[in-house]
Design a protein around this ligand. Structure first.
Ligand SMILES: CC(C)(COP(=O)(O)OP(=O)(O)OC[C@H]1O[C@@H](n2cnc3c(N)ncnc32)[C@H](O)[C@@H]1OP(=O)(O)O)[C@@H](O)C(=O)NCCC(=O)NCCS
Length: 219
């Protein structure tokens, strides 16, 4: 059990507070953001502390941290704050939902955020600072490297490798055995059948409106 300071004061920080408080052994003690962004002194009824004052008021030996940021700049912003927290001497905790089927013996790295209804199959390895939003399938023997964000209802088939800094949009599907190269952006609903190219963007065909009214179509 750790007393934890959350970095962030946005949606993800609010959700991290919710999940850690209700479904983890950890206690949230405060929030922190860079001083320039600290517009109020409280957030979620807890102190909001400028990062510049954090080590004095919430020292690393007594408090751990969790960086609660989204996928901005292809996860680079979260990675930068993750490294900054480590450089200040903080241990970073991870959250794994009690409602997730976490079946691999390998624990996730630091600062992971693994929400409800994920299925993480045997022999999967998950690096540092990985977000698995709700409801993904991570197939056996797959590896998810550091600083990736996998949104929701993504199917990662077995034996895939997802390199650092990738973003995978909702409902995407990855064929078994492929490598998703560093900083790949896979759009919502894409079906990816072969290795990707680093920094590539992959999108599927979008739904198209046809020239009929709904009442004119047999359901
Ligand atoms: C891939 C993605 C980021 C593209 O974003 P976008 O806002 O739709 O991008 P834009 O509309 O600015 O499109 C950029 C270009 O790609 C093209 N494009 C985007 N999606 C396309 C698609 N599905 N098919 C064909 N072309 C597409 C656009 O036409 C545009 O081309 P142009 O610059 O020549 O006009 C977006 O479609 C997506 O999947 N986002 C992830 C959503 C998601 O999973 N969110 C979960 C958050 S937890």
């Amino acid at each position: 059990m750790a007393r934890v300071v959350i970095f962030g004061a946005g949606d993800i920080a609010r959700l991290a507070h919710f999940y850690f408080s209700r479904d983890s052994p950890h206690e949230i003690a405060a929030f922190t953001v860079d001083g320039a962004f600290a517009k109020t002194e409280r957030f979620q009824d807890l102190p909001l502390v400028p990062l510049e004052e954090l080590t004095r008021r919430y020292p690393p030996g007594e408090f751990a941290m969790f960086v609660a940021l989204s996928y901005a700049r292809m996860n680079r912003l979260r990675a930068e704050k993750f490294e900054a927290a480590r450089a200040l001497g903080y241990e970073l905790v991870s959250y794994v939902s009690s409602r997730c089927s976490y079946l691999t013996d390998e624990p996730p790295g630091e600062n992971c955020f693994i929400l409800e209804d994920n299925t993480v199959q045997p022999f999967v390895r998950i690096g540092h600072d990985v977000t698995l939003w709700s409801g993904n399938h991570i197939g056996h023997d797959s590896v998810i490297e550091d600083h990736c964000f996998i949104s929701s209802h993504v199917v990662v088939s077995g034996h895939c490798r997802i390199a650092p800094y990738c973003f995978i949009g909702v409902n995407a599907t990855l064929r078994n055995g492929i490598t998703v190269a560093r900083s790949t952006l896979i759009g919502a609903g894409a079906v990816v059948m072969e290795d990707t190219v680093a920094e590539g963007v992959y999108v599927p065909q979008r739904a198209q409106r046809i020239a009929r009214k709904s009442g004119e179509v047999d359901l």
